[in-house]
Design a protein around this ligand. Sequence first.
Ligand SMILES: [Mn+2]
Length: 365
Amino acid sequence: MVRVIHGADFHLDSPFAGLSPQRAVRRRQEQRELLDRLVELCRDSRADLVLLSGDLLDGGRTFYETNQALASALGRIGVPVFLAPGNHDYYHGRSPYALLRWPENVHIFTGGWERVALPELGCVVYGAAFTAPRQETSLLDGFRPEQDEGLARLMVLHADVDAPQSRYDPVTSAQLAGSGMDYAALGHVHAFSGVNRAGDTAWAYPGCPEGRGFDELGEKGVLRGTVDRGEVKMEFVPLCRRRYLIQPVDVTGREDLAAAVAEGMSGVTAEDICRVVLTGERGLERLDLEALLPAVEARCWQGEVQDRTVLRRDLWARRGEDSLTGLFLGELAARLERCEDEQERELLERAARFGLAALEGGEDR
Ligand SMILES: [Mn+2]
């Protein structure tokens, strides 16, 4: 039985374009601190082996200090570390993986399949690397393991499972099933995939360990567990410094919006990055998002507010009236029924609200 930590997609030195420049600097710093937490986790878990499945660096132009921080952290882990470069950090002669001096316990795959036997741990590790930003054919095409008598088989690879159009190593679950592996430690997809099975092979994406935007929500982390011949037990371990959260807050019938927001944010911590989305039905009163922002920001590290409320149903009912208001609402309602685009729906809702407010202000009386 071998104790394994599996991580991927650190994307160190991501631009964090959604944040202010100062906060983006802070987040990049926090990404490097993630490496310290990884070292700690490996020690606390008494890991025998660490598998890192690519896209650890966000691109070829990471800061020298970042590359150094990665090398130093992986060295401090002390046990064998296997790193399979992905599309963002593909291996080439001038990549940090080639230029930097890496600690002796770190094995970086540099191209086609390699096999490293670790008989003292009772396992063997297979790995391959991206050598370009694209890998249009599956790296598992024609893959065959060796005999590996009595050893648990692990694989570390950056790949896109069952995505035939993908240009990022489009492996299939049939290929994983035929690989003969006990565990395939994959990278590329930024959300934890759960531990899946393809034939006798267990495979998983841990997801990225730090969210970088509202498309990477909630707890993020790495996988930890044990791999044996024919038996794999891996579980998700949160490792992120901050969570990105989208918090819907229903403001239907609420007078005090700040209070509604405070209630809706009860699960949000001062470390989180939170987008509050106001939902529900409202009348014609103006929604002052700017005035609401401080109430949101007081409850998280960084906050924003979006208005997704819709016009109250009884106001739409006026579309039956034989008046300019009736015609106006009737036209907008018909368009809303046909509309499938989220942004256009928002625009139509707003048009109905503003138009109705203007009409009720006198023009139609
Ligand atoms: Mn990738």
